[in-house]
Design a protein around this ligand. Structure first.
Ligand code: SF4
Length: 290
């Protein structure tokens, strides 16, 4: 099986090239899961995919990473893929925070919601990359489409910090980016966010009862809101999709940076939703850093 990962991050319609000197960490995380399952994925940026012709047809399955503003580029990518390929289309990244909308607008088959390592592993084991729909209703953290009908499964609980050791981010797939030697390459240092305050006004927070559970109770109690208002600033889906902070072990970060430098990368950015959270969750464990 030859998987292709298309990186649409921050490309909007696939034409916003001013943002393309940044290479996010997400696509290489996905590639790492595929490599763990014995596959040899290729990553290419969306503009290269949209320019490509027959070379795109040699792949069996496509995985697309994107944010909500990139939904137009994701849709273009899928329309082009369907013209020359029969393989499944799986999407992920922050765009999946609105799973029904993203599946209907792009025409993808499956959206992975939130953290993807264990979910993608389960999909691989079920044969979903080969197009099998069997067992999809049991997979936590996905939504899937059957013609016009979209099914949204329950969320997967956030993964423990051990996931970073179990699934290593791919490094050599960086070579798929034409500009990797000059681009800023993001290396994941921390996932999740400690802001468990909630928006209490506007369409998201209008049901707030001002019980103050999210501001004045203990760290574990702050995790949930009795009326279901999602945590965070109100405009950002990081805490609701990725949970409270978990820091990636230093030795894994150093190993990844070393290999990227060997491959010719010159500019590294350690990525974190809030870098000052790094290591702080260790101070309050086993409670979550909310
Ligand atoms: S926990 Fe929910 S209902 Fe209570 S104050 Fe916070 S947002 Fe409002």
């Amino acid at each position: 099986m030859k998987p292709l990962i298309v990186d649409t991050l921050a490309s909007e319609k696939g034409t916003r090239l001013t943002t393309r000197d940044v290479i996010g960490a997400g696509p290489r995380t996905v590639a790492g899961v595929l490599e763990k399952h014995g596959m040899e994925p290729t990553i290419i940026p969306v503009e290269k995919f949209l320019r490509g012709k027959k070379e795109n047809q040699s792949f069996d399955v496509i995985l697309i990473s994107g944010m909500t503003p990139d939904i137009p580029a994701m849709g273009k990518t899928i329309r082009k893929w369907r013209k020359g390929n029969k393989g499944s289309v799986i999407i992920g990244g922050p765009s999946s925070s609105e799973p029904e909308r993203v599946l209907k607008r792009t025409g993808a088959d499956i959206a992975i919601i939130g953290e993807g390592e264990k979910t993608l592993s389960e999909l691989i084991e079920l044969g979903a990359l080969q197009g099998s729909m069997e067992g999809l209703n049991e997979v936590l953290g996905i939504s899937h489409r059957n013609k016009k009908r979209v099914t949204i499964n329950p969320m997967r609980p956030v993964q423990s910090r051990e996931v970073f050791k179990e699934y290593q981010a791919s490094t050599d797939t960086i070579l798929g980016y034409e500009l990797y030697k000059s681009a800023r390459v993001y290396v994941e240092a921390l996932r999740g966010c400690s802001n468990y305050n909630r928006a209490r006004i506007g369409p998201i927070g209008e049901n707030c009862t001002f019980c103050e559970q999210c501001t004045e109770s203990g760290l574990t109690e702050r995790y949930d809101c009795p009326v279901g208002i999602p945590p965070g600033c109100g405009y950002c889906s990081v805490p609701s999709l990725y949970g409270p902070p978990k820091s990636r072990p230093v030795e894994l970060i150093i190993g990844e940076v070393r290999r990227l430098l060997e491959l010719g990368v010159h500019r590294i950015v350690l990525s974190a939703p809030g870098f000052l959270d790094y290591g702080r969750e260790l101070l309050v464990e086993p409670e979550p850093l909310t």
